[in-house]
Design a protein around this ligand. Structure first.
Ligand SMILES: Nc1ncnc2c1ncn2[C@@H]1O[C@H](COP(=O)(O)OP(=O)(O)O)[C@@H](O)[C@H]1O
Ligand SMILES: [Mg+2]
Length: 288
């Protein structure tokens, strides 16, 4: 059985895609795992980092993106699931059978979800029932990948699409990257309520931190008192990784795709030790 890891936050630009890809490379290169990245965000950033613009364009033309996967398989038709998988992606070398495979993101994901919703509407007129059914079906479709992989990493969009909700429900653990600023505090509260399925923050905080399904990760951290204060404030209410990712151009640079593989230390350069710390802490927390 695969371990399902989601990277999510209701806010954009906090480092979700960066973290998803960082964890994918770490788990493959250091953890020797077979990793699947599922790009659930119509922004397609993790796909861009892993296969570059041309690769993404090819996947669109061949109709092998996540939108095609959901659309084609929704009715239970069984085309070969492997057709949608792009193996050995990214620019980091991994040992043996380990490596990163991608289900490519799609700009059309939201449109496809609208179509699935319409299909389901013929069965029921209750919008609540229809939404639940689409979400449940999307969740099942993602779950089908568990036999071929050790870890499935879902890069979630900031919006509440069916795919994001299904992914969040499926996740054994959700990593919530945030920027230490005023808005982030509320963004972390909101995603925590969604993940823990609680109506308010008090209900979330009544669940012991170690029992919660998510963990926050401070990103873009600068060595200032202000950043430290924001992080401490968020850590009062939420489980938080001790590892913090610094604001560093080496992280921004790791966003760009290179055609040839290299070592993970080489890819992350000046921040390789931070990436290693994140991997070690998360591996310990999840048992991966
Ligand atoms: N710690 C960091 N230091 C510098 N740049 C970063 C850092 N984390 C992310 N970035 C950059 O910030 C931008 C947004 O990151 P991204 O992962 O796309 O966020 P999200 O997926 O949450 O929208 C990207 O250009 C990325 O390279
Ligand atoms: Mg993103």
């Amino acid at each position: 059985m695969a371990y399902f890891l989601a990277v999510a936050n209701r806010k954009g630009g906090v480092g979700k895609s960066t973290t998803a890809v960082m964890l994918a490379h770490s788990l493959a290169a250091w953890g020797r795992k077979r990793v699947l990245v599922v790009d659930l965000d119509a922004q397609c950033n993790s796909s861009m980092i892993l296969i570059g613009g041309q690769g993404w364009s090819d996947a669109r033309n061949k109709r092998t993106t996540i939108a095609d996967y959901f659309f084609d398989l929704y009715d239970g038709v069984m085309p070969d699931m492997k057709d949608y998988l792009l193996p050995s992606v990214g620019d980091v070398a991994a040992p043996g059978r380990a490596g990163v495979t991608l289900i490519c993101g799609s700009l059309l994901l939201e449109d496809v979800q609208g179509e699935l919703y319409l299909k389901e509407s013929s069965q029921s007129k209750d919008p609540e029932v229809v939404s639940r059914r689409v979400q449940g079906r999307v969740k099942q479709l993602i779950k089908r990948f568990e036999t071929d992989f050790d870890v499935v990493i879902m890069d979630c969009p900031p919006g509440l699409s069916f795919a994001a909700l299904g992914g969040l429900q499926l996740a054994n653990k959700v990593v919530v990257p945030f920027r230490p600023d005023y808005v982030s505090q509320f963004a972390v509260d909101r995603i925590a309520m969604l993940i823990e399925d609680k109506g308010n923050l008090e209900a979330v905080t009544s669940v012991p931190k170690e029992q919660r399904r998510y963990v926050a990760l401070a990103n873009f951290v600068e060595p200032t008192g202000q950043d430290r204060q924001f992080i401490e404030l968020i850590a009062e209410d939420h489980p938080m990784l001790a590892t913090q990712l610094p604001l560093n151009p080496a992280i921004a640079k790791s966003f760009s795709w290179l055609p040839q593989k290299r070592s993970i230390e080489e890819k992350y350069g000046a921040v390789a030790s931070d990436v290693r710390k994140l991997y070690d802490e998360l591996a310990l927390l999840t048992g991966l």
